[in-house]
Design a protein around this ligand. Structure first.
Ligand code: GDP
Ligand code: MG
Length: 349
């Protein structure tokens, strides 16, 4: 399952986005909150219309709202601890003027971007320093062999460089196992714009976008408040408003799709009268790994998998028709599953 943590300065719209994604509003004053978000997918909707299953299950993302970072010297530890294990960060950047005060008094997205990343760097530094002190405190015993690589990490971080840019040998990587660094996590930047700016992106956006691309991160723009209001409307009203406001896709769909792209995830589907369901898989993973995603029994007893494309199934209207045309494949455990494939695992336990 994909896990994400929302970070950003206070008053950036983090909790607004969290509620939008998960449908869950944390009580005010709560430091961090965790909930599941559905991954909207029109393919799942179409498959569900075709099979009329008892249950339809969309992809799931676990989202944690970490609460606001306090800028400065590593005071954010308490907030950050709640998201230490997540796979990706959703970094919300305030670009709306709004009525609520910005903690630094002015709207400056590039400054905030650097500030939050600096805070993450400080958190990593604190992690390494704590570990170093603990190991140095002992005269002997396990951990001593970690000293050189920890020192190397610390020097690198002191130069304001993220751990993701630190060249490490296989052995050093193993020695660092158990240490989870924020500056190694990919980020999805969500630039929270004023609704008036949605149609005409502000000039600084290009700069932020370039910074993101350099790092292999993703960026998207939306207005969290507006998205919240949109979500209250009927589907027809939503469509009309979105056209008027220059929004191609609802924010929840955008965030989910970009988060998948950031982590190199694809979706495959299982279908039937009982359940139509979307599953996430890493790009390049095999039929055996797809089986394991569904249930360990399916992987253990894996025989073969029936695979067909979503497009073929929708176009031809039934699995039987796809098979008749010779467009279904019977594949072995090493077959690399592609985005949108319908997979039936044949197994025997
Ligand atoms: N104008 C405007 N206000 C927003 C937007 N997103 C959030 N806000 C407001 O900004 C304030 C802070 O939002 P919140 O989600 O609590 O920020 P957090 O501190 O990052 O969790 C609230 O009053 C929100 O209603 C937006 O897109 N536009
Ligand atoms: Mg909040």
């Amino acid at each position: 399952m994909l896990t994400c943590g929302i970070v950003g300065l206070p008053q950036a719209g983090k909790t607004t986005l969290f509620s939008l994604l998960t449908g869950h509003t944390p009580p005010p004053g709560k430091q961090s909150a965790l909930a599941m978000a559905e991954v909207p997918d029109s393919r799942v909707d179409k498959l569900s219309a075709m099979y009329k299953p008892r249950k339809t299950v969309y992809g799931q993302i676990q989202v944690t709202d970490a609460g606001g970072l306090s800028e400065g010297t590593g005071k954010s530890a308490a907030f950050l601890d709640s998201i230490r294990p997540v796979q990706a960060l959703i970094h919300v950047i305030r670009a709306f003027a709004g009525d609520s005060p910005h903690p630094l008094g002015t709207i400056d997205p590039l400054r905030d971007f650097n500030l939050v990343n600096h805070e993450l760097l400080l958190a990593d530094m604190a992690l390494v320093e704590t570990r170093l002190e603990r190991i140095k405190g002992k005269t002997k015993g396990p951990g001593k062999e970690q000293l050189p690589v920890l020192e190397k990490c610390l020097l690198h971080l002191l130069e304001e460089k993220p751990v993701s840019q630190l060249p490490l040998s296989e052995e050093e990587r193993i020695q660092l196992q158990g240490l989870i660094f924020f500056t190694e996590k990919p980020q999805l930047l969500v630039v929270n714009l004023d609704e008036e700016d949605l149609g005409s992106p502000p000039p600084w956006l290009d700069k932020l976008d370039a910074l993101c691309q350099e790092k292999g991160w993703r960026l998207l723009t939306l207005s969290a408040r507006l998205e919240g209001e949109l979500a209250q409307l009927s589907p027809e009203e939503q469509k009309a408003f979105m056209e008027e406001l220059n929004i191609a896709e609802p924010g929840t769909a955008l965030v989910a799709r970009e988060a998948y792209a950031l982590l190199g995830l694809i979706s495959f589907f299982t279908v039937g009268s009982d359940e139509v369901r979307a599953w996430a898989l890493k790009q390049g993973e095999t039929a055996l790994e797809a089986a394991a995603t569904i249930h360990s029994d399916l992987a253990r007893g894996f025989i073969r998998a029936d695979v067909m494309s979503y497009e073929d199934l929708i176009q031809l209207g039934s699995e039987a028709a796809v098979k008749e045309k010779g467009l279904a494949q019977l594949v072995g455990k090493d077959y690399v599953v592609r985005d949108g494939e319908i997979v039936h695992i044949r197994f025997n336990v």
